[in-house]
Design a protein around this ligand. Structure first.
Ligand code: G4P
Length: 193
């Protein structure tokens, strides 16, 4: 998506070897107009697929996911990373290991929000090692629901996430795909959308 690539070039900062800082429009301050455009493009790719729910993981997945859900006119559910005292009923959980933070966290969704009649689109801000998306796939499968695909805002194609998810037979569509960072600059490869 050209608009997103331009914005990354304009406002993204490469940190160290492999981190892209996009806190001015995606992961901290949120540009809702850009989110809305991105939400529509991701939604259009899945519009005729019978999606009933959009699922993401807190925190930074929520902003793009809500606009995809709005465009598809379905609910958005975000997996929680911390147990909440109000989550007293059945919960579906998966262990997610973060290579970046080197910690494993248990992510959860209340079982009442997903069932075998659901056809789910997963949305997330970054696809790096794919552990977050893999955890969401496990949770959705526990609920007996089916998965149409994973829609990603920024994919770091030099990491293993896409392969991991495609090996689970789940298609991945990314709005921007980063081939590499070169001298502090972002080099894109052709995006899916
Ligand atoms: P994964 O998300 O594909 O499983 O990979 P990884 O374990 O490497 O990522 C851990 C966290 O770091 C994720 O956020 C992910 O979105 C984020 N991340 C990975 N690469 C980048 C990057 O280049 N730039 C930025 N800004 N973030 C990156 P999280 O900790 O789960 O959550 P949150 O920040 O949404 O709360």
């Amino acid at each position: 998506m050209q608009l997103l690539e331009q914005r990354i070039l304009q406002n993204g900062n490469v940190l160290g070897e492999n981190i892209l800082k996009v806190d001015s429009f995606l992961t901290h301050q949120v540009d809702y107009q850009l989110m809305k455009e991105m939400g529509k493009v991701l939604a259009d790719a899945y519009r005729d697929k019978g999606i009933t729910k959009v699922v993401t993981i807190e925190a930074s997945g929520i902003a793009p996911a809500i606009y995809v859900a709005e465009s598809l006119e379905v609910p958005m559910i975000f997996a929680k990373k911390h147990k909440n005292i109000t989550m007293t009923e059945g919960i579906l959980t998966a262990e997610v290991y973060s290579f970046t933070k080197q910690v494993t966290s248990t992510v959860s969704i209340a079982s009442k929000f997903l069932n075998e009649n659901d056809h789910v689109l997963i949305v997330d801000d970054f696809l790096a090692n794919g552990q977050a998306a893999k955890g969401l796939i496990e949770i959705i499968q526990q609920a007996g629901a089916s998965i149409a695909g994973v829609g990603i805002v920024i994919e770091k194609s030099f990491q293993d996430g896409r392969q991991l998810i495609e090996d689970l037979d789940v298609p991945v569509s990314s709005l921007a795909r980063i081939e590499k960072f070169e001298n502090g600059q972002v080099v894109f490869k052709e995006a899916d959308l």
